[in-house]
Design a protein. Structure first.
Length: 188
């Protein structure tokens, strides 16, 4: 009996979502295809019916993760009643909640160092998705693209450092300082 219409697309989406979660949490190199497939509730034998290789999955997971992050940030902005919706995005991005939930957090701080050593295909998709994120930040903040790039870089760098230290007070301090200076950047 054949699968219902849309089954392959639904399964592919489950695999991409599982991969994005796994890559955000553990990086690319340490995650196997069987681990991703298990996370999607599938056996690893079906992987190649959907993807040519792991690199293709990494690229698709990057697209998914950035779309997911933009949706979360847009939701935070939509809840802001003030004119400066970017402040709600900064507050969310540089929050303890975002810091502590890598599995659903932004892929930029989670994978940038690994992506720099990935294939051209993966790096091309990551570049496109980074540009989309810069455009989203710039548009929401009503700032030029260069300032948007700086703002996003500050937020990503702050989150990387806040996640990297084992001193919770220092981590919280980094987040607070990052928020303060990110907001100051867009007021100048």
């Amino acid at each position: 009996m054949p699968y219902p219409e849309g089954h392959m697309i639904k399964v592919r989406g489950k695999i991409i979502e599982s991969a994005a979660k796994a890559f955000r949490t553990n990086g690319i190199r340490d995650i196997s295809v069987p681990f991703i497939m298990k996370g999607a509730g599938l056996t690893h034998g079906g992987f190649y019916a959907h993807f040519g290789n792991k690199e293709q999955l990494v690229a698709e997971a990057c697209r998914f993760a950035i779309s997911d992050t933009i949706a979360l940030l847009q939701k935070a902005a939509d809840q802001e009643k003030q004119e400066f919706k970017i402040n709600a995005i900064i507050d969310y991005y540089l929050s303890a909640f975002h810091r502590d939930r890598t599995e659903m957090g932004c892929i930029l701080p989670a994978l940038s160092s690994e992506i720099s050593r990935s294939s051209d295909e993966v790096r091309q998709v990551f570049t496109q998705e980074l540009e989309r994120m810069v455009d989203f930040i710039s548009s929401t903040a009503k700032i030029d693209r260069d300032t948007g790039s700086v703002l996003l870089s500050m937020m990503v760098g702050t989150l990387v450092l806040a996640r990297s230290v084992n001193d919770s007070k220092l981590s919280d301090s980094l987040l607070a300082a990052g928020k303060l200076h990110a907001k100051a950047l867009i007021k100048t």
